[in-house]
Design a protein around this ligand. Structure first.
Ligand SMILES: [Zn+2]
Length: 261
């Protein structure tokens, strides 16, 4: 059975799009998830919702218990995860309000636990293509069908935060080939891969970070304003895409299989 996990990000904790709702307190070996877990349906498809930063948005990116969130998703039977995140744009053509469905990440986090494996096993998980290709492609096609401005691939650089980048850093990330920047994709995507759950990101561009000389540098207020203004697009996309997700073969599960010696 398909069950879709939705991890809501900044400006998007919206459990109210879920019908037949129930709230569950989940205990995990890694501590508590970010909040109570909401289960229910979107368009008749079973879903699980966790607001990444808590419903009151009081958990900053470095303090999110990513392992507990992914473990809770796995425990409750999530087969796929759609992760919503606000991002800064490192490219002129990725305008505020546009959606991006990244296919690559660059990890600039420094103090997060990025694996479930900490015992005696030696595990090396393939990460050449970290996002579920099939889910990402489906998001791009569905957004295009709905007329939502989108970029069907891109590289996200995840920084530790909580501070934003300096101009020098922002320009360096552009030179590295990064297209968007945030503070939450890593280690979430890595842990989902370890858990064998297909994972794709719905990234909403909210600003031009600080590399763009003629645009206002990113601020918390700017992110919230743009995210709230465009949340309806994310909701429309989620409603349209959940019914299209299927088990047509992708290689996310196989990549983990046999990775642990
Ligand atoms: Zn997959």
């Amino acid at each position: 059975m398909i069950k879709i996990g939705i991890i809501g990000g900044t400006g998007f904790g919206r459990a109210d799009i879920v019908t037949n709702r129930a709230e569950i307190k989940v205990h995990t070996p890694y501590g508590a998830p970010s909040d109570l877990v909401t289960t229910g349906e979107i368009e008749g498809v079973p879903v699980i919702n966790i607001p990444r930063h808590g419903r009151h948005h009081n958990i900053y990116p470095s303090a999110v218990n990513y392992r507990a969130n992914i473990w809770a998703m796995k425990k409750l039977g999530a087969t796929h995860i759609l992760a919503v995140t606000a991002v800064g744009s490192l490219r002129e053509e990725i305008e505020p309000g546009h959606l991006v469905f990244p296919d690559q990440f660059i990890d600039r986090t420094t103090r997060r636990i990025a694996t479930f494996y900490e015992g005696q096993e030696v595990c090396h998980i393939p990460m050449a293509d970290p996002f579920c290709e099939r889910l990402r492609t489906l998001l791009g096609a569905t957004a295009a069908r709905l007329g939502i401005p989108n970029h069907p691939r891109g590289t996200v650089v995840t920084i530790e935060g909580p501070r934003f980048s300096t101009r020098a850093e922002s320009k360096m990330y552009r030179m590295w080939g990064a297209d968007i920047i945030n503070m939450s994709t890593v280690p979430e995507v890595v842990l989902a891969r370890e858990a064998g759950i297909c994972y794709a990101t719905i990234a909403m561009s909210t600003d031009y970070d600080c590399w763009h000389e003629s645009r206002e540098p990113v601020s918390w207020e700017l992110i919230q304003t743009v995210m709230h203004r465009n949340a309806e697009q994310v909701i429309a996309l989620l409603r349209a895409v959940v019914g299209e997700v299927d088990f047509v073969r992708c290689s996310c599960k196989e990549m983990v299989h046999g990775a642990c010696l």
